[in-house]
Design a binder for this molecule. Sequence first.
Ligand SMILES: *Cc1c(COP(=O)(O)O)cnc(C)c1O
Length: 368
Amino acid sequence: MSEAKKVDWPSWLPIRPELSDLIPYGAPQITGVTALNTNENPFKVPAAVVEKMLLALPKVLENLNRYPDRDAVELRSKLAEYINQSTNSKFTMQNLWAANGSNEILQTLMLACGGRGALGFIPSYSVHPLIAKATGTKWVSGERNSDFELELASALKQVETLKPGLTFITTPNNPTGTCTPLSEIEALAKATLAIDGLLIVDEAYQEFSSELSAATLITKYPNIVVVRTMSKAFAFAGARVGYAIADPAMIQAALVTRLPYHLSSATQALALTALSCADLLLAEVDALIAERIRVAAELEKLGFAVIPSSANFLLFGGFSEEAHKTWKSLVGEGVLIRDVGLAGYLRVTIGLPAENDQFLAAIAAHRP
Ligand SMILES: *Cc1c(COP(=O)(O)O)cnc(C)c1O
């Protein structure tokens, strides 16, 4: 078991003082357990898709002497097509940016536009403040209400007072699973535009939700940046592909701070193949949503409090003892879920039906 610990930096190591307290991001990695802790898609890449990828590889491999397409033109065009289909929009590659996971997208954005600081409403994705710190972006944690819902009036007020260059909204939110309605995103877009700031909408779980994507608002509010990933819905976490949809001016800014040749030829080719099989890969999303509904109902039957989720995971509470004790006991029984550091709550990723059954059997012993 590897767990991140604070490091006692040696004096000869000139680590930036503002980073010396940080610990590496990451959930505990434990082998030999049912892993329901990192919101991965539990379905393996279908054999038909693997076969297509293998067919695409020889051309990529023999050309590895060359740098990749620096601006990932074909991939960005295909990503634009994918988004246009699901949002009824007319984006082109000039509205798209692709990188090694949406985390790299976020880093590129903060490097380019983080000068006036960033605001996010917690609990939310803990990587946002981490990347802020690593890029020298001043981070302010705003608040949600006690049900983890965004309080719009209060959020707007924080934007107006702080005037951050970047305001973050994650919807569906991680770790809560809750959605911010599009009307509230629009209100935030208006407020951030009024202070010449960007609204970064992290839609890592968008495909699991029935809410419209904030990409539908970009033509009206050019300051919206929608950040997406292929890690979750596309069952493609190992390939590391994330992307952003934004006004072309924002994409230009990303071009300035990206590393040259950041996205390998292999990654680009595999992502193109995955996108060409989008229907097949996304078919699994419906199965996961059905399992989410089933697991939530079972947890409620056991007496747990379940936060309504529009993603591929559930945040739930009401244990008979402290949450971390429950987490540890589940690990002992071979089921790894996530302690996200919220008192009284744990997060479970929706897995395959048999994995979910194993989790439900183990958690039943900890019912209130
Ligand atoms: C999982 C997740 C991501 C994905 O990151 P990748 O780098 O694309 O794998 C981004 N944002 C949120 C909120 C997530 O939960």
